[in-house]
Design a protein around this ligand. Sequence first.
Ligand code: SF4
Length: 436
Amino acid sequence: MKYYIKTFGCQMNFNDSERIRGILQSIGYEPAQSWEEADLILLNTCTIREKPDQKVYSHLGEYKKLKEKNPRALIGVCGCLAQRMGQELVQKAPVVDLMFSSYNMHQLPELIQQAQAGYKAIAILEEPPQDEDQLWEYPTVRDNQFCAYVTVMKGCDKNCTYCVVPKTRGRQRSRALQSVLKEVKELVADGVREIHLLGQNVTAWGQDIGLPFEELLYRVAEVPGVERVRFTTGHPRDLTESIAKAMGEIPQVCPHIHLPVQAGSNRILTLMDRGYTREEYLEKIDMLRYYVKGISFSTDVIVGFPTETEEDFEDTLEVLRRVRFEQVFSFKYSPRPDTPAYSMQGQVPDEVKTSRMAKLLELQKGILAEIALSYQNTEQEVLVESSEGGKLVGRTRGNRWASFPGEEHLLGKLVKVRVVKSRPFNMECELLQVLG
Ligand code: SF4
C-alpha cells in the first residue's frame, strides 16, 4: 500500500508529517512518488490565513479523481484546518474518508482500518487525549539526513488576538525532557548533526513542567554528536536573560533566532495582545546582541491589522530599520474565524494592505542588499546538507544558505568556506577547510 502526504504551513506541520510517515511505514505503507499512484492521500493542513484554507479544497477537488481510478483509495485530512472545522469540512468535502488532528496522529492506524471497513473515520477531539505522548514512540521519516526537527512542545498559552493556534493546537504542553533526549540520541545515531527544536512558542517550554528552557538547550547540546542546536519559534515575552546567556555560552547553539515582532506600534501590539511594547522588544534584541556574538535575527510581521494607521505602520518600518533582520516573513492581516480580531472594527482595506506590504518589501530589499555585502569575503562554517547541480549546499551557523563546488564525500561534514559572491538569500563560496 502506498501513501502520499501533502503538507501546508509551519515547520511544526512538516515535523508532524515526518512523524505520520513514520507511523504509516511502521504499519507497512510505502511512500508513493505522486498522488496519482497512492492508496492513501493525506492533507496535513494549515489555517493560519485564508489562503491555505482555499488550497485544501482545490487539492481535495483534484484528488477526487483518484477514487474514479482506484475506488479503494482513501483520502484523509489532518492538521489545523481539520481541528478548526471538524465535521463541517467533511460536509463541504464528502470525498474525505478520514480526519484527525495534531492531537491524535497516533490513532491513524485504527482510523485507516475503520475507513477501509467503509466507515467515515472522523476523530476530531475537543482536547488532547491522555495517551498523546504515544506519538513519540514512532520514528520520524525525514528528507534531510543531517538536520532534524524535534518537536518539544505543543499548543500555546498565549492569546494573540489574530491567532488560531490556541484553538487548533490547544493549550501549552511541554514534552518530557527524557523523551526529547531519547529522540535526539536516536537521531544522532542515525547521522544527524543539527537539532532544530520546535514549538509554537518554544521558549515557553518547561513552564508547565517546572524546568527553564535553557535547561533543554544545555541538555540537548550535551548529547555526544550534536554539533548544532537551533530553535523556533521564540516569543519575546519568554525570551529571558538566562536563555540569552545560555545561547552565548553553549558553542553548539547557533547565533541566530527567529523572534516574531508582528508590529512596531505599541497601540497595535496591545490590540494584538502580544504582551510587550516596541521598546521592550528592542531591549530583548540588544540583550541578545550583548550575550550572543554575531547573532542574526529573523522575524514575522503582520501588515494591516485592524485600525492600523500610516503612523502605526511607520513604527513597524522603524523596527525593521533598527534591527536589520536577515529575514522578514511578512503577511497581510487575514481575519480568522474564532479569533477576537475577526470581529474588530476598523478592518483595513486590502488595497491599503497591499501598498503597505510593497513599502515594507522595498525597505527590506535595501536592508538585505546591505547585509549581503557585509558577508562578502568573510569565512563561514557550513554544515553540508545536500548537493545540487554539482555544488554542495548547506547553511552557516547564522542560518544563511551557502553553496560551493565540492565532492559528495563532504555531505554531512562541517566545513570552512570563504564567501566569494554574497547575495541576499544565497552565498557562493569556495572551500577552505574540512572541519570534521
Ligand atoms: S504566541 Fe501568539 S501567535 Fe504564537 S502561536 Fe501563540 S497565540 Fe499564536
